[in-house]
Design a protein around this ligand. Structure first.
Ligand code: SF4
Length: 546
């Protein structure tokens, strides 16, 4: 017990709460270098400088603050200098890692492409990107080896067909994911595409929404065939017993470090109100999102701290000015859907889903794809959030020929389970944050398991660092790149292993993150054999259970 000395203690200095950097609470002063850079100049403004100064002056003329910050607002990241091993990723200065070339991301909202757009994407790859064109797990296309000098011509070509790189990266509203079968599926009640278009038309490139605390990832989809639980905001199809078809609102999902699943707000949103609700949530994030620490700046931290009731109440009162209608939870299908193979559309035509190996294609292959699609009577292709693509509107009598033609350009409509369910991020080949290689290693795993003849529905997600761009935590085998002790004790490329993760994409599935098993790691060299061992154990276990 404290004993009074009889003399008054000196007054304690009043400690002001530091807050989390929320604008709505008056914390306007930038609290870290990223916030300072955004306050100095909005990222969207860099476009004019690229066109008028940097494209003429070349790489050396680029202001470093633009190069490593604002360029992202137009989909541009410097790419990793070749030959720098993963052990030096964390110790080198950014400029030592920078190559003079860029990764460029083209946003394909809803994953929807017509043939003109597909051909433009292919042309840019061939002309300016050394034939690179990765299909990402966010329905984007990603080039490498892009020079700043070529950006004006690239924008002319891309924007000329209605595509864009606007806010493809940066602290902005990123590409809006949509069901790859929107508008054609027999299981869909209401197509969310009009809402995706409205969001893009009204808000992408809006300067008042271009300085968010971090990236803001969105989904609008009737079907749960996109990873809706891993996004900042998702609208998922549901039929309201009184009001009919509409969308169920989810917020606060995100993987990377501190992964969290999105939570339902319990609100039912009609199709024509999605864009208004979307911008309400976006503004709430802008104003209340945490800006002090980048590691806590995603919307998920705010949702976790507030809880869904407070979040919904602030959204309704401060940003929408009205109450939202309560609504039921969506029903999930019997099985998860990835759309591979041949399926009938609701108009009697067919769509064909096909996959490259871990999303890697070339501009040349995409140009051939466009010719093949046209020759089979179609004008439409869709990208999926699983690094795959679909050809729509194929007449029944052209399907077999299409499947063969796709195979000839490396797109397989009847893939082995391992090819079907393996994804990989960009990795050390181009990514400055990477610690290990990913795409080639994942392709090696696919080839190895195919050679064994093992057939098991096991998903493998290979990531080059803890950022989890290829969703480490929600695969059966999630791999997080890091250096691990090799056989001789020296540090070599390897992976921390997470086991048993998954989203709720079908009835009966319990969403959850793979367990990071302490000490469970493999070297990159041993990875194919490791996946084989796990696959055999899984198959033996399943046999025992039968
Ligand atoms: Fe780069 Fe890491 Fe993302 Fe892979 S997970 S693309 S290595 S940041």
């Amino acid at each position: 017990m404290a004993v009074s000395t009889g003399t008054p203690s000196p007054a304690k200095p009043v400690r002001r709460a530091r807050g989390e950097g929320q604008w709505a609470l008056g914390h306007r002063e930038p609290l870290n270098p990223n916030e300072r850079s955004k306050k100095d100049d909005i990222g969207l403004n860099v476009r004019a400088r690229i066109e008028t100064i940097y494209a003429k002056g070349g790489f050396a003329s680029i202001d470093p603050a633009d190069l490593r910050g604002r360029f992202r607002w137009w989909g541009l990241y410097t790419q990793r200098k070749p030959g720098i091993d993963g052990g030096r990723t964390a110790v080198l200065e950014p400029h030592e890692l920078d190559d003079e070339y860029f990764m460029l991301r083209v946003r394909v909202d809803g994953g929807q492409l017509d043939l003109r757009q597909l051909r433009a994407i292919a042309n840019v790859s061939i002309k300016y990107g050394r034939d690179t064109a990765d299909l990402t797990d966010r329905q984007n296309v990603q080039y490498h080896w892009i020079r700043v000098e070529d950006m004006p011509a690239i924008w002319e070509e891309i924007e000329g067909v209605g595509l864009s790189t606007t806010e493809a990266c940066g602290d902005t509203p990123r590409v809006v994911l949509g069901s790859p079968v929107a508008g054609i599926s027999t299981d869909e009640v209401l197509d969310g595409t009009p809402a995706i278009r409205e969001i893009v038309d009204r808000f992408i490139g809006d300067p008042t929404l271009a300085n968010l605390p971090r990236k803001f990832k969105s989904v609008v989809s009737w079907l749960p065939d996109v990873p809706y639980e891993a996004n900042d905001i998702s609208f998922l199809g549901v039929v309201h017993p009184e009001h009919g078809p509409g969308f169920d609102l989810w917020v606060g999902g995100g993987l990377s470090t501190n992964p969290m699943l999105a939570q339902r707000l319990g609100a039912w949103i009609p199709l024509d109100e999605i864009a208004d609700v979307w911008v309400g949530v976006c503004k709430l994030f802008r104003d209340y999102g945490y800006r002090r620490l980048r590691s806590r700046a995603r919307l998920k931290f705010l949702v976790a701290d507030w809880g869904v009731e407070k979040f919904r109440s602030v959204l309704e009162q401060e940003f929408l000015g009205r109450a939202l209608l309560d609504g039921p939870a969506p029903e999930l299908p019997d099985r998860p859907i990835d759309h591979m193979g041949v399926h009938e559309q609701r108009d009697g035509l067919f769509y064909v889903g096909a996959t490259p190996v871990v999303g890697r294609v070339t501009g040349t292959a995409l140009a051939k794809l466009a010719d093949i699609v046209e020759a089979h009577g179609s004008d439409r292709v869709r990208l999926t959030p699983h690094q795959k693509l679909l050809v729509l509107d194929v007449p029944a009598d052209r399907v077999d020929s299409l499947v063969v033609a796709l195979r000839e350009i490396g797109l397989e409509a009847n893939p082995s389970p391992i090819r079907r369910s393996t994804m990989a991020c960009t990795g050390i080949e181009y990514c400055k944050l990477a610690i290990v290689e990913t795409k080639a290693k994942a392709a090696e795993v696919v080839a190895h398991i195919e050679a064994t003849g093992l057939v098991a529905p096991i998903s493998v997600n290979v990531n080059g660092c803890p950022n989890a761009c290829a969703r480490t935590q929600i695969a059966d085998i999630g791999l997080k790149g890091q250096l691990v002790p090799g056989p001789d004790g020296e540090m070599v490329e390897g992976y921390q292993i997470h086991l048993g993760g998954g989203l709720a994409l079908a009835q009966g599935q319990q969403p959850g993150f793979g367990r990071k098993v302490r000490g469970l790691k493999t070297t990159a060299l041993e990875l194919p054999a490791y996946v084989e061992r796990l696959t055999r154990e899984y198959l033996a276990g399943r046999k025992d259970a039968d």
